[in-house]
Design a protein around this ligand. Structure first.
Ligand code: ZN
Length: 249
């Protein structure tokens, strides 16, 4: 098929279809260049007859700052790269890299050492004592602040101490698990609490785990004992919250 095209007011051609394609690639025939072939009523813009020019897949020239993808080594504008850990990655390399990271993490799971029932039991006793010490100190302050023999002071003190005791132990565990990965008792034995995928506990998970422990508790402690019989040493609340207690080294 033979084409004619307009070039600066001049009619050019005829050229074969393939030659026209080359002119398009070279930029001599653009979307708005008028073209005509036999059978067409009028000259029409190239784009409306043969579709808009598809750009050849030439990478955009990188101007200014350039960073290199840590995987394929190609240059990119820094904003096009994602930082994962210490590695900069382009959009094409990122999925595979993340995949490999996951597999690495999964391999790590095989070498994990899980904290068993007894060591966790002792850690919990220590945590309980720590909270008790603080609580007793607060209670002493509280009773001292009441005048001796003031009416109903004992009742008021109890009404404050019970919620205080609850808030203190909840706050203690949730705070330490979220910010340090372990309570002081667990730290003492080099234990930490993680998600099954190895990630840290969010405040939400720490909170759910704290309350899930009541299930372990009200089942006469069977929920806790489950840790002793589980391959991954999961207590009931670990199963519920997808957490694991592991040695940090
Ligand atoms: Zn890359």
């Amino acid at each position: 098929m033979q084409w004619y095209y307009a070039d600066q007011g001049q009619q050019k051609g005829p050229v074969e279809e393939a030659a026209l394609d080359e002119l398009v690639l070279a930029g001599a025939v653009r979307d708005d260049t008028l073209v005509w072939r036999e059978g067409m009523q009028n000259w029409q813009p190239h784009a409306s007859v043969r579709g808009p020019r598809t750009r050849p897949a030439v990478p955009e020239p990188v101007v200014g700052d350039v960073k290199f993808c840590g995987q394929c080594g190609r240059p990119f504008p820094p904003n096009d790269l994602v930082e994962i850990g210490t590695v900069s990655l382009c959009a094409m390399c990122k999925p595979a890299y993340v995949q490999r990271l996951r597999e690495g993490a999964l391999q790590g799971i095989g070498t994990r050492r899980y904290g068993g029932f007894w060591i966790r039991f002792v850690a919990r006793v220590i945590d309980g004592l720590l909270v008790q010490v603080v609580l007793v100190a607060l209670a002493a302050l509280l009773t001292a602040s009441f005048r001796a023999g003031a009416p109903r002071s004992g009742t008021i003190a109890l009404a404050i101490i019970y919620p205080l005791s609850f808030g203190l132990s909840a706050g203690y565990e949730i705070y330490f698990l979220t910010s340090r990965g372990a309570t002081l008792g667990k730290m003492l034995f080099g234990l930490k609490v993680i998600r099954s995928d190895g990630s840290k506990l969010s405040a939400g998970v720490s909170t759910s785990r704290y309350f899930a422990q009541f299930l372990s508790y009200i089942t006469l402690g069977i929920g806790y004992l489950m840790a002793g019989f589980d391959e991954e040493k999961r207590a009931l609340h670990d199963r519920i919250c997808e957490t694991r207690v592991v040695y940090s080294k």
